[in-house]
Design a protein around this ligand. Structure first.
Ligand code: PLP
Length: 372
């Protein structure tokens, strides 16, 4: 089996498995006052510090900078956008569905178009902000796209936001563990991360608040997470997320090099089989692990199934939305032709991927293409 779908989810890091195997025997409720409760609370606080240190922001500087744990990146994205629904929110047209779908519930979300590479149109963003009459504004643009891996110019977006006094949020779910994510340097006010994308368990994610802002919860009840997100914390997954992000930041350069070498090998290899393939976002800054490849006239679903039958798992776009079989909104926003959208496959490697895996993938891919 060769798994090449790491943008959808990845293996749990071995260090995290070890930690979880120890903690799984403990009753872990961070709201309890007794020693087991305090132990749980300490695990959560340690994870907050691990996130702050990996993503370079100072959690102890004042009371406002916070890490709010949620059950998923989807929830964290919902949490921040829903805090701005009465304000105006400016998002790129290639955001993850957990951001994009908010537009169906409020007229206050403005979609900013992207170019053929998926990069946000900065002039359009600036003129939309200039026209806005809302006293409170939020710009939400993802750091890296889950389908194409294309990296958005977040620092430029923050500079524009500052001119208009707008808050900035970035969905950093796909960036962590693949490229350096420095919250302070990016200058963003809010960020979303999700543990299962970088070696943690599914079930823990976070919304980072790096500004003076009182967050309104969307889940009310207990006073957990300083009242920002009720519900007994998933201590096991949160501790796993903390360790996973620490591991990911420790050897990021090495990870980057390995993924980027394999990306080159994949793209050159596939091109040698089919010279007229298109690699989406090839000429702009991209994640080192993601290749979104269009093979004209070769249906993505057929490729996916044929490869799966031969033991190789890839994706035909965003795994999160594959189950409702809809046309990729991302590729539509990038104005790809319909036939290209239908034939786009996504190969996403892990930092631990072996060159041998890619050799097998390329051989198998050539075999599948011959049977087309
Ligand atoms: N944002 C991006 C860019 C994603 O790729 C994903 C998941 O694929 C999410 C948000 C949602 O994260 P989660 O799976 O934790 O809900």
């Amino acid at each position: 089996m060769i798994y090449l779908d790491h943008n959808s989810t990845t293996y749990i890091a071995s260090e995290v498995k070890l930690l979880v195997s120890k903690l799984v025997n403990e009753p872990l409720n961070a709201s309890s006052i007794h020693s087991k409760g305090r132990f749980s609370k300490n695990l959560i606080e340690e994870a907050r510090n691990q996130i702050a240190s990996a993503l370079c922001f100072d959690i102890n500087s004042n009371n406002y900078v916070q890490v709010i744990f949620t059950s998923s990146g989807t929830e964290a994205n919902n949490l921040i956008i829903r805090n701005f629904l009465e304000s105006e929110v400016f998002i790129s047209a290639t955001e993850h569905d957990s951001i994009l779908e908010q537009q169906f519930y409020t007229p206050n979300i403005k979609l900013i178009s992207v170019d053929n590479n998926g990069l946000i149109n900065l002039e359009e963003l600036e003129s939309a902000l200039a026209k806005s009459t809302s006293s409170r504004k939020l710009i939400s643009v993802m750091l890296a796209n889950n389908e194409s891996g294309v990296i958005q110019p977040i620092k430029k977006i923050v500079a524009i936001a500052k001119k208009f006094g707008a808050y900035t949020h970035s969905d950093c779910v796909q960036g962590v563990g693949k490229i350096p994510v420095n919250i302070s340097e990016l200058g963003i006010d809010f960020a979303t991360i999700s543990g299962h994308k970088f070696g943690g368990l599914i079930g823990a994610a976070a919304l980072i608040i790096n500004t003076k802002f009182i967050l309104r919860p969307i889940i009310r009840g207990g006073g957990q997470e300083r009242g920002a997100r009720a519900g007994t914390e998933n201590v096991l997954a949160i501790a796993g997320l903390g360790l996973a992000i620490e591991m990911a930041s420790r050897n990021l350069l090495e990870r980057y090099e390995n993924m980027s070498n394999l990306q080159k090998k994949i793209e050159e290899g596939v091109k040698s089989v089919i010279p007229n393939i298109k690699i989406i976002g090839k000429d702009v800054e991209r994640l080192p692990n993601t290749s979104l490849i269009v093979i004209p006239g070769f249906d993505a679903e057929i490729q996916l199934i044929a490869l799966d039958l031969r033991g190789i798992q890839i994706s035909s776009g965003a795994a999160c939305s594959n189950n409702n079989n809809k046309r990729s909104r991302v590729l539509t926003a990038m104005r790809l032709e319909d036939s290209d959208i239908k034939s786009a496959i996504r190969i996403s490697c892990s930092h631990k991927q072996k060159e041998q895996d890619i050799n097998i993938f390329l051989e198998t891919f050539a075999e599948v293409y011959k049977t087309k």
